[in-house]
Design a protein around this ligand. Structure first.
Ligand code: ZN
Length: 500
């Protein structure tokens, strides 16, 4: 029998865990798209078994020795092999620092909190959710302490979603982002030329919406021989592994933009999943780089390309052929409608500009909760006060305020900032792509999205987690992440559209 090196044994173990997780993903997808309601309890058993098996495999005490042995072997810097060991070590150490008791308590607390949150939100009654959130914040603080941190406890939580990112860096980015956005939004609010969203809220038959969105997803490179589009209440993208990536959306027969831009968004995530290094499936460095980088791929297609004029120079004539309801709409009015920017209460319905203020608000409040500067009991008042400052609006109730998102109920403190990181990375990546491929807009006007898709696949997708996000950004764009490309692109598009 051939003996395995410690490195290959570690990779085989990683692959086993990844296969177990991908089995869970199939079951989750099925639960959202196909499963009869009565199957929920049994599905819970199936998922719990897979989670137990994966956890056992990932925390096997033998891994410690294998890692020490593998790390003592020479390994080329910046190779996938070096990155595999770095990421294996990182995940293993992190998992072993969190006591199993805490993992169980968090699982129990979040299961209860999720139901309580749904009820509290429906009733717009924060008191129903408050004790659960108090428990979750306390447990997450315990988790941060167990993992360890040097500058801010929030760093330890952020690391789960955006490995290597720091609270201090993010604070600087968000301060710069808000400083650029607030005056721009004021300018747009005072503009005489306002978009008319009404053209998006007409009759758009669902079967045609699906075909139209599928044709756009295919045009940007989503491979339907290795993927599917289905319908769910909450849209998502799930990459099961090589050759199988599922995206979902939801349709509104009286609204074009929700499903269409939702599909572009999920297809952007899907392109990333479809172009990860397939032969390395399961290796720690063959997964996506971070949530921020993943989100950059969806936002790039949804907002920077999909809400751009060259994209619609190609698609607008097709839109008119498909939907008679827009026969009287001119392309300028349509372009303005899909770029309607205005303050609103709900994050998931926000435009690409104000969206980041929603995230800035959550980022500030999460830090204050974790550092103990803000008590959970005072969260609604803090939310409403900050919302007034950032948006100039009075929050009417907690359903449209601090109860709107699911994230805190599953313990996802540290998750929100990755959405804005996605916006920033997207703009910086696209700027670099434009430098390398100066004729991109011409290609878009002809419906050719392959040059950009190919550039993203080569520079970002196929790199997996070989480099951490900050390093990937420097390698691909030649500079550290900054807010300038995002703010510049936004101004360049919106200022003429609003006649400013
Ligand atoms: Zn996304």
């Amino acid at each position: 029998m051939k003996t395995q090196t410690p490195y290959t044994e570690l990779m085989n173990r990683a692959r086993t865990v990844a296969l177990l997780h991908s089995c869970s993903s199939v079951l989750h997808w099925d639960q959202q798209t196909q499963m009869p309601k009565a199957g929920a309890a049994h599905r819970g058993e199936q998922l719990a078994l897979l989670a137990r098996l994966a956890h056992k495999e990932a925390t096997d005490p033998k891994i410690r020795d294998l890692l020490i042995e593998a790390e003592s072997e020479p390994c080329e810097a910046d190779s996938f092999e070096a990155a595999n060991l770095r990421e294996f070590r990182h995940a293993f150490d992190r998992a072993r620092k969190i006591p199993p008791r805490l993992v169980e308590e968090l699982a129990r607390a979040t299961a209860l909190a999720n139901e309580a949150w749904a009820e509290a939100r429906a009733a717009a009654d924060f008191a129903k959710f408050r004790p659960h959130l108090e428990t979750i914040v306390a447990l997450k603080c315990e988790e941060a302490a167990a993992i360890g941190w040097s500058a801010h406890p929030y760093d330890a939580l952020l690391d789960e979603y955006e490995p290597g990112a720091s609270t201090a860096e993010l604070r600087t980015l968000f301060a710069e982002l808000s400083a650029g956005l607030v005056p721009l939004l004021q300018q747009l609010a005072d503009a005489k030329q306002r978009p008319d969203r009404g053209v998006l809220e007409r009759d758009y038959p669902i079967d045609r919406q699906r075909l139209f969105a599928e044709s756009a997803a295919a045009a940007i490179g989503f491979d339907f021989r290795a993927g599917r589009l289905d319908t769910t209440t909450h849209p998502f993208c799930s990459g099961f592994g090589p050759g199988d990536c599922r995206i979902t959306t939801r349709y509104n027969p009286r609204g074009f933009h929700e499903a269409f831009f939702g599909v572009l968004h999920e297809a952007g995530h899907g392109l990333y999943e479809q172009n990860l290094p397939a032969a390395r499936f399961g290796e720690p460095a063959a997964q996506s780089c971070s949530l921020g980088i993943h989100e950059s791929q969806s936002r790039l297609w949804e907002n920077l390309v999909g809400r751009g004029r060259p994209f619609w120079d190609h698609f607008f004539p097709r839109l008119r052929q498909t939907f008679p309801t827009v026969a009287d709409v001119d392309p300028d009015a349509f372009h303005r409608a899909i770029n309607d920017v205005r303050p609103s209460f709900i994050r998931v319905e926000a435009d690409e500009a104000t969206y980041n203020l929603h995230i800035a608000l959550r980022f500030e409040l999460e830090q204050a909760l974790v550092s103990g500067d803000l008590a959970v009991a005072d969260l609604p008042a803090a939310w409403n006060a900050r919302f007034r400052t950032l948006f100039g609006l009075e929050v009417p109730n907690d359903r449209e305020g601090c109860l709107q998102d699911i994230h805190w109920s599953f313990g996802g403190l540290g998750y929100f900032p990755t959405y804005s990181l996605g916006n920033l990375y997207a703009a910086q990546f696209l700027r670099a792509a434009r430098r390398a491929l100066p004729d991109l807009d011409d290609a878009f006007r002809h419906g050719d999205f392959r040059p950009l898709a190919g550039w993203l696949a080569a520079n970002i997708h196929s790199q997996g987690r070989r480099f951490r996000a900050a390093r990937l950004c420097e390698r691909v764009t030649g500079a550290p992440l900054s807010v300038a490309p995002f703010l510049d692109a936004l101004r360049a598009k919106l200022v003429p559209l609003y006649g400013l």
